[in-house]
Design a protein around this ligand. Structure first.
Ligand code: A3P
Length: 329
């Protein structure tokens, strides 16, 4: 498969002008987030979508045609998306891309596997198969063809205590770069508890994919950040089996799994020049901002006991009844 890096374009290619106007009119009518945090969100199909990507989301929903061999990586932001992209790219391309010449050495994982909501989706037609794509869109709002075709979904999820802390650091850093007002962790926490966070509420996001992974395990693989941290080798094997490219005995014996794990580790990726302070094309984020501590339990350094109790009770009410649980340290 060819390296998937896409040309940077600002317009949504393939969108007729009148359709674009209709989309703008539709967006203008949607409820807007009253919370303090940036970026501005609109409530679209019951999830809070940043207005910067909403037109692309709608166009993608209307026009995207999934191919049976597509592999779509999905997550709630700050759940380990960057790591998942590096891992899946390495597993799928390992037969022809050596670690010594992987594009991950020279490009950020988000450039190697595009976010559909950040890129003109019609560019995707020319990509070699299997196409590796990514999105933060909740299950219910995915284009019909993703749900109905034989394409596969890999979802990564993370305990919400750490996700709240991670997203706060990420958004504050982005706001500082743009000289915008920075908000406190308390304000961010409140917004999260109200579900008004990027692509949230996060409980709905997780549950959509969790339920689908139980009903259609060959369609949706549900991974947890904490499991990857605990046993990267085992999780890589699971991932390779899921996409139909299991590691051979020779690969296992030859240390291929360990090589991939090392190449995709936080330390390796964070130290690369490719993941420095230049901006990720099409976004306001610096490439380095996707790599911070990468720890399970960093919330213990930031959240007060009452915050922890509140978030835990929300998650207990919303997701535990469906059998979804997380390790938190
Ligand atoms: P922290 O902010 O807790 O450090 P996303 O990729 O979905 O934006 O999630 C970002 C989080 O994943 C950040 O968590 C980041 O440090 C962590 N992360 C990024 N790359 C990683 C990797 N290769 N291994 C482990 N964690 C990684």
């Amino acid at each position: 498969m060819a390296h998937q890096q896409l040309p940077s374009q600002s317009a949504i290619v393939g969108t007729e002008e009148h359709e674009q106007e209709a989309i703008d009119e539709l967006i203008a009518l949607l409820p807007i987030s009253q919370c303090l945090v940036h970026p501005v969100h609109r409530l679209y199909q019951n999830f809070w979508c940043p207005i910067t990507v909403l037109p692309n989301v709608i166009t993608f929903q209307r026009h995207f045609k999934a191919k049976d061999k597509d592999i779509v990586l999905i997550s709630h932001p700050k759940s380990g998306t960057t790591w998942l992209k590096a891992l899946v790219f390495s597993v799928v391309n390992r037969s022809h891309l050596d670690i010594s010449n992987t594009p991950l050495l020279t490009s950020n994982p988000h450039e190697v596997i595009p976010f559909i909501e950040h890129k003109p989706w019609s560019d995707l037609d020319g990509l070699a198969e299997p196409r590796l794509l990514a999105t933060h869109i909740p299950y219910l709002s995915l284009p019909k063809s993703i749900k109905e075709s034989n394409c596969q979904i890999i979802y990564i999820c993370r305990n919400t205590l750490d996700t709240v802390v991670s997203s706060w650091h990420f958004l504050v850093e982005a706001a500082q770069l743009m000289d915008e007002q920075v908000w406190s962790l308390e304000e961010h926490f409140e917004t999260c508890c109200q579900g008004q966070i990027l692509f949230g509420p996060f409980w709905e996001h997780m549950l959509g994919y969790w339920k689908e992974s139980l009903e259609r395990p060959s369609k949706v693989l549900f991974l947890k950040y904490e499991d990857l941290k605990e046993d990267i080798g085992g999780q890589l094997k699971k991932l390779a089996d899921f996409v139909g490219l299991p590691f051979t005995k020779e690969e296992e014996g030859g240390g291929v799994i360990e090589e991939i794990a090392k190449m995709c580790s936080l330390k390796t990726l964070k130290d690369l020049e490719a993941n420095g302070s230049s901006k990720l094309p099409g976004t306001t984020f610096e490439k380095r901002s996707f790599f911070r501590k990468g720890e399970v339990g960093d919330w213990t350094n930031h959240l007060t006991p009452s915050m922890v109790d509140r978030l835990n009770s929300i998650m207990q009410e919303k997701i535990t009844p469906f059998g979804l649980q997380f390790k938190t340290r």
